[in-house]
Design a protein around this ligand. Structure first.
Ligand code: FES
Length: 378
């Protein structure tokens, strides 16, 4: 499918039609997308595998540098990384070509006999993924037309906030992957997730989320946020205070970064705040992998003398209880996603509840812009 055929499918088609899905993903390939955490790569040659616009990629540490490449050997396209994470040089398991940190094939067995050239003359390379950091968060994109925008420009007001919420690379933290399950969901369908989170659902009542008039919604670039405060200047204030290192945990905050990244700041006990990071990785029209991490919010917070006094004891069990609660919420989300997918093929052209909510409409607009912009990367 080419850009000229774009009008021939709607976003709903991408939930059921492989060609529409492939075109959507090719358009998203050149947009800054969350890939993972730098703190998951503490040692030289540590790597993790993930995907970018449904293409398998891996991020690897080379000394102080992080580099990312498409997970496809330049020789015969064998996947270079065949596990979720590991440690070691980039050596293909098929014919043992070895690559350096620039993605160049520098070790090719019997190169001159087979190709009549040295590896340097052959100049075979991996496809590089451009990456940039926002604190501990690694973002990546494939280079293409219209990719001059820096990550900081792309995240706009969200950059200093996410940088602070990530906790920075130097802080020791407890980060746990909650789940990485194959889900039958609507790929890239953040609006459904938004509607699920925005409405007064069971989660919301459990979490004590207040009524709509006490919430504030914000739109910045293709992204959005909602806070449980009526203060309409709260986003700007938070960005300023995060830049200055002065922000304090005080209320629920959720950031929805286009296309598939959510960061939420929430209270688990009076005076104790956590951050949960969610990445929805579209694998196919009917399949998405969700990865998530959580850790104590890296901000000071007000706590009663009793909470401070009992903290050493309660900290032994709190992370465990937070993990249980988040898994419970995600199981409910998974069930909703799976049920939604079962009727996706019956819905072409029909609007769903999420389409009537303002933030979901913002997402739809950002999505349409992304589909209309730039080139479709092969
Ligand atoms: S496919 Fe990788 S070395 Fe041949």
């Amino acid at each position: 499918m080419t850009p000229s055929h774009q009008h021939e499918f709607s976003r709903l088609d991408t939930f059921t039609d492989p060609a529409a899905f492939a075109f959507e993903q090719s358009k998203l390939a050149s947009i800054w997308t969350f890939l993972g955490l730098a703190s998951d790569l503490p040692n030289d040659n540590d790597w993790f595998r993930t995907s970018l616009a449904s293409r398998s990629v891996f991020v690897q540490r080379f000394g102080k540098q992080l580099r990312a490449f498409e997970n496809v050997c330049a020789h015969r396209s064998f996947p270079l990384r065949n596990a979720d994470k590991g440690n070691g040089p980039v050596v293909c398991g098929f014919h043992h070509w070895q690559y350096d940190r620039e993605g160049r094939a520098v070790g090719i067995p019997q190169c001159r006999q087979l190709f009549g050239k040295t590896p340097h003359e052959l100049n075979a390379r991996l496809t590089e993924v451009e990456i940039a950091l926002c604190g501990d968060f690694i973002f990546g994109r494939f280079r293409g037309l219209g990719t001059s925008e820096t990550l900081e420009q792309y995240l706009a007001e969200g950059f200093p906030i996410l940088e602070a919420m990530s906790g920075g690379q130097s802080k020791r933290r407890s980060i746990k992957k909650i789940s990485e399950s194959q889900l039958e969901v609507l790929p890239s369908d953040q609006s459904r997730r938004l509607s699920h989170r925005c409405r007064p659902s069971r989660h919301a009542r459990q979490a004590g989320i207040p009524e709509a008039r006490k919430m504030s919604y914000f739109r910045f670039g293709p992204h959005s946020a909602y806070f449980t405060t009526p203060d309409r200047t709260a986003l700007e204030t938070m960005a300023t205070e995060c830049r200055a290192g002065e922000w304090r945990s005080a209320d629920f905050r959720l950031f929805q970064m286009f296309p598939n990244f959510i960061v939420a700041h929430f209270m688990v006990d009076h005076g104790f705040w956590y951050v949960v990071v969610l990445q929805h990785v579209a694998e196919g029209p009917d399949r998405t992998t969700m990865r998530s991490w959580f850790y104590p919010a890296p901000f000071p917070a007000d706590r009663s003398p009793l909470k401070r006094w009992t903290m050493r004891l309660t900290e032994l069990v709190r992370p465990h209880l937070v993990g249980l609660a988040l898994r419970h919420v995600q199981r409910q989300d998974h069930a909703v996603c799976e049920n939604h997918q079962t009727v996706a093929h019956q819905m072409p052209g029909k609007r769903r509840a999420g389409a009537f909510e303002e933030r979901a409409v913002w997402f739809e607009e950002a999505y349409r812009e992304a589909m209309a912009r730039g080139e479709a990367l092969a």
